[in-house]
Design a protein around this ligand. Structure first.
Ligand code: ADP
Ligand code: ADP
Length: 229
């Protein structure tokens, strides 16, 4: 379970300090697909990055599986981050590495007890025929599928998705939503997804937090769109 308790984060803005995240409390259950929606600048990216401590909080508490993440030392943090995968709007692939080597990259950085075989993963994201290609030879949808495979290879308990479809057109967006849905069915991780796109929330998420100017103004259960595969 992920718990944010009265979390705030301030930045220096043009007119002085302001709260990018303002006294937010949220609980996200294990295996849930939880969305965070709001306009640009609402604080979504900052909020999601508290979960793997890529962003430090100024006030409040961040708990994951009954451990206080914002008090972790370096060693605990390294261990925690091994349990959290992340995918990004701009994919963040290494352009000088092939598809296969991009996906294997996490394994060269840390030791993981349990991983998914590269062949199985390439098959799972539909890139078996692209394994020796470079990112520049791929479409956006394909690049994001590499990003998803790279995040999945370490079998994370939590998958953070920061605007995963915002650089993609509608068809590629549906394709990525479908891959994330299949990944959730197969691996059963908790997914926390930030987006400004309502259709992504409706097609994928079980609940959504609505953010405005740093605050969560509502948390709503989503009626699953069963027409979507
Ligand atoms: P969202 O993901 O909803 O677009 P962000 O969390 O990226 O929002 O940003 C929230 C607010 O905080 C925005 O006004 C943004 O400009 C500001 N912000 C984000 N990161 C920084 C930073 N490192 N320094 C100063 N301001 C920042
Ligand atoms: P997808 O395969 O994700 O549905 P598209 O329909 O956008 O992707 O692309 C079709 C094909 O065109 C892909 O197999 C891809 O290899 C190629 N392609 C798309 N965009 C680019 C690009 N920017 N550079 C090189 N090849 C591309």
């Amino acid at each position: 379970m992920i718990e944010l308790k009265q979390v705030s984060k301030r930045y220096q803005g043009q007119a002085g300090m302001f709260s990018a995240v303002d006294n937010v409390s949220l609980t996200i259950d294990d295996r849930e697909i939880f969305g965070i929606i709001g306009e640009s600048g609402a604080g979504k990216s900052t909020l999601i990055r508290f979960i793997n401590a890529l962003e430090q909080i100024d006030e409040g508490e961040v708990w994951v599986d009954n451990e206080r993440v914002d008090h972790f030392n370096k060693k605990q943090l390294r261990q925690h981050r091994k349990d959290v995968g992340m995918i990004f709007q701009q994919f963040n692939l290494m352009n000088n590495l092939t598809v296969e080597d991009n996906i294997l990259l996490p394994l060269s950085l840390h030791h993981y007890e349990d991983t998914i075989a590269i062949d199985e993963l390439l098959e799972f994201v539909g890139l078996a025929d692209k394994r020796h290609h470079y990112p520049s030879q791929l479409s956006g949808g394909q690049k994001q599928r590499v990003g998803i495979a790279r995040a999945l290879i370490t079998k994370p308990k939590i998958l953070l998705c920061d605007e995963p479809t915002s650089a993609l057109d509608a068809n590629r967006t549906d394709e990525i939503v479908a891959v994330l849905k299949r990944a959730h069915q197969r691996f059963g991780m908790t997914i926390v997804l930030v987006t400004h796109e309502l259709d992504v929330i409706q097609n994928l998420c079980q609940r959504v937090a609505i953010m405005e100017a740093g605050k969560v103004v509502d948390v709503v259960a989503i009626q699953t769109n069963t027409a979507f595969k």
